[in-house]
Design a protein around this ligand. Structure first.
Ligand SMILES: Nc1ncnc2c1ncn2[C@@H]1O[C@H](COP(=O)(O)OP(=O)(O)OP(=O)(O)O)[C@@H](O)[C@H]1O
Ligand SMILES: [Mg+2]
Length: 399
């Protein structure tokens, strides 16, 4: 294909898309089906800010893709339209800003005061934030989204500070909204922080397949040329995502990827086959990403299992895996962890679905656990590529 032809094709009207951006993850739609309760509840909690009184803190919890971020941003947008500049709204994503310093720098910037990226003592940053906020004489509503990332990386100091800051303020007040999909992190919270953050709680249940269909139809109407989807496409994306904990993000991803594949193949319409292809691609990517982000020793255990199976071993026991793991760490000059820890790691791998561990009875010899890979080898090789390379297991790298 010549460049001319390529550009021509892109400037031509797409047969499938009317406005592809409407399916991208950061687009907040003008209407959120099946979340009117949560929208209303959150708005009710925050509305006192319009009258100059401090709203309660809110803790928002729900599995991934249940609309927490979308609902919160939607309510903030509506409120800030109404409040003009009487209320200061600040939204911080704690995955991108996972230290106390970064969070405070973001919040202070939203108050119109700049803080250098690094270099100040944290106590100084705290002081500047308090001063900047009190000078404004306003209510400030702070949203810390994906708050578990912050706490896991940097502890709960900044939360402790933010939940008690009102004691130090004279003419301003602060409310805090914490959002997470990981309830486990609350174990790391100081009891006072926990109770203060949870003055109000909002739970987002997973979407059902029917609800996901409605969400997809509404987004599809904005995204696609009429008639570009065959009838089974939306129910299929919805059904697949409903099985994965009712994750709307997955449903939307599937739809977008299926449509991209259809467009790439110059198909007339998006069909169920495109959805199946999209599903395969997404599943593979997820596993690869999970493996890539594993801690080193977890990877080494996975490599041990992978190599053992490659050598033809079956019915692996923890002991056999541990020996292989010791070999690997020795080759790399690393200090090994204990067999006890390896056993925990195998359980973690089992829970994430990458390996399968099953307890079998050995008759009068008691019971033992046997372990095998339960993900396709290609994803494992792709996820471990760099580590295998380090080990000199290069054949799959040149694959
Ligand atoms: N009721 C809804 N109507 C329309 N779109 C929705 C709805 N709920 C979620 N979405 C869309 O689904 C995607 C995922 O939602 P969102 O980002 O709010 O999930 P989340 O609960 O914040 O997940 P996570 O815990 O992973 O951050 C977004 O693109 C969002 O716009
Ligand atoms: Mg979110």
């Amino acid at each position: 294909m010549s460049l001319e032809e390529l550009f021509e094709r892109f400037t031509l009207q797409s047969r499938i898309f009317k406005d592809r951006d409407k399916l991208l993850p950061d687009y907040v739609p003008g209407d959120l089906p099946h979340r009117s309760n949560q929208v209303l509840q959150l708005a009710k909690i925050l509305a006192p800010a319009l009258a100059g009184s401090r709203p309660s803190n809110v803790f928002i919890y729900g599995l991934t893709g249940t609309g927490k971020t979308a609902v919160t941003k939607y309510v903030l947008r509506k409120l800030s339209e109404r409040a003009q500049d009487k209320v200061i709204f600040s939204y911080v994503n704690c995955r991108q800003n996972d230290t106390s310093y970064r969070v405070l720098a973001e919040l202070t910037r939203d108050l119109g005061t700049r803080i250098p990226f690094t270099g100040l003592a944290t106590s100084e940053v705290y002081k500047r934030f308090v001063n900047a906020l009190d000078r404004r004489g306003r209510i400030m509503v702070v949203v810390l989204d994906e708050i578990d990332h912050l706490v896991k990386k940097s502890g709960d100091d900044v939360l402790y500070f933010l939940t008690r800051i009102n004691e130090q303020l004279t003419s301003s007040r602060l409310s805090l909204i914490g959002i997470t999909n990981d309830l486990k992190f609350t174990e790391f919270l100081d009891a006072r922080v926990k109770s203060s953050l949870g003055e109000e709680e909002l739970v987002f249940p997973p979407y059902t397949a029917r609800e996901l269909e409605d969400i997809l139809r509404q987004r599809a109407a904005e995204t696609f040329v009429e008639g570009a989807l065959t009838a089974e496409v939306i129910p299929m994306c919805a059904a697949i995502a409903a099985k994965q904990n009712g994750d709307a993000r997955l449903a939307l991803d599937l739809l977008l990827k299926a449509a991209d594949i259809a467009e790439r193949d110059e198909a007339e319409k998006v069909t169920s086959e495109h959805v199946r292809q999209a599903q395969r691609e997404i599943e593979k990517n997820v596993t690869v990403d999970v493996i890539k982000s594993m801690p080193l020793h977890v990877k080494m255990v996975l490599i041990a299992i992978y190599l053992l199976e490659k050598e033809g071993a079956r019915n692996l026991t923890t002991g056999v895996i541990y020996n292989k793991y010791l070999e690997i760490t020795k080759m790399l000059g690393m200090d090994p962890v204990t067999q006890r820890r390896i056993s925990d790691i195998i359980n973690e791998l089992d829970m994430s679905g990458i390996v399968n561990a099953r307890v079998v009875s050995l008759g009068r010899y008691g019971r033992t656990k046997v372990i095998r890979l339960s993900t396709n080898v290609k994803s494992i090789e792709e996820g471990l590529q760099e580590d295998l390379f380090m080990l000199g297991v290069t054949e799959m790298v040149t694959r």
